[in-house]
Design a protein around this ligand. Structure first.
Ligand SMILES: Nc1nc2c(c(=O)[nH]1)N[C@@H](CN(C=O)c1ccc(C(=O)N[C@@H](CCC(=O)O)C(=O)O)cc1)CN2
Length: 286
């Protein structure tokens, strides 16, 4: 058996095609959505992700606002850019690309953002709204995982889902999205303190692997017929991506997301969804 592909590139392309129509409608009403990005330092992966976000913006007609600071930027300098984007009327929503350089208090930067312009759904107010089941921009990677499963008809309702990892961009919020009534999954969150990871994995209908440990998930850990989403990104000496999922898992799973080409493009597409939804709210208030 070889798993079917959860094709993030194709699914993201379909989402972007829908957004192109919505952006055109907004422009007719005199509203041009604008995505801002704050990139600090010269991490090649972060540079690539931010460049991808602006390429996507160009494709759907969203304006791009790019702010770049050197790796030596101080907390105050970064916060000044955040304040500037909070005030900039051309910026509908923005993100601060994570991680920030060592020594910078990431939480303080995120808390300074205007929650109404938080395109990542990572501001404490928006995370609180998510917990309270109130409308909020949803964190992009977890929302991308759910869209990818839905687009391929993978049953989430009632599924036993194991999320591996507890980082802020996915692990922390993935269970919150999966346990909403609209998804109704049962979730087990595993992390470095989990005693017997394999035992949990073998019971899972869906595995979301976001540990950042190359090839952590082995074929013998996976229940035949499971859906496996590879979100982890490590790189070898040549810069090639190594996911959290061993390639041989494809022989056991029914569904697998490639990496690259799976959850990454979905993360970017969901970011644009958050920006367009914020612009639609603004247009409705005109
Ligand atoms: N502010 C944020 N920072 C980070 C987030 C986030 O959601 N918000 N998530 C990750 C990185 N990330 C988004 O910024 C991201 C990761 C991967 C991709 C992507 O398109 N990947 C491509 C491969 C690109 C490559 O070759 O390296 C793919 O999977 O096909 C986009 C965005 C951490 N930071």
């Amino acid at each position: 058996m070889s798993a079917q592909i959860l094709d993030g590139k194709a699914t993201a392309a379909a989402i972007k095609s829908d957004l192109t129509v919505r952006v055109a409608a907004l422009k007719e009403k005199g509203v041009t959505p604008g995505l801002g990005t704050v990139l600090v330092g010269d991490d090649p992966a972060s540079q690539k992700y931010v460049a991808g976000k602006h390429r996507d913006c160009a494709q759907v007609g969203i304006a791009s606002i790019q702010r770049e600071l050197p790796a030596t930027a101080t907390q105050e300098e970064i916060e000044a850019v955040v304040r500037e984007l909070n005030e900039d009327p051309s910026c509908t929503g923005y993100i601060v690309q994570l991680p920030l350089p060592r020594g910078i208090d990431e939480n303080r930067v995120l808390e300074l953002m205007d929650p109404a312009k938080d395109a990542d759904g990572l501001h404490p107010t928006n995370l609180g709204r998510l917990v309270l089941n109130e409308p909020a921009p949803l964190p992009c990677t977890p929302n991308g995982v759910i869209s990818l499963l839905r687009a391929h008809g993978v049953e989430i309702k009632g599924a036993e889902v194991v999320v591996v990892g507890r980082g802020v961009t996915i692990g922390r919020t993935m269970p919150l999205l999966l346990t909403r009534r609209s998804e109704n999954a049962t979730v087990t969150q595993c992390h470095t303190g989990t005693r017997d990871l394999s035992a949990h994995l073998r019971n899972a209908d869906i595995i979301v692997a976001a540990a950042g440990v190359p090839h952590l998930i082995k074929p013998e850990d996976v229940k035949p017929g499971a859906a496996v989403l590879d979100v982890g990104v490590s790189r070898n000496a040549e810069g090639k991506i190594l996911g959290d999922v061993h390639p041989d898992v494809a022989e056991v799973a029914a569904w697998i997301s490639p990496n690259p080409g799976g959850v990454g493009p979905m993360t970017r597409a969901q970011l644009l969804v958050n920006v367009v939804e914020a612009a639609e709210r603004a247009a409705a208030a005109l």
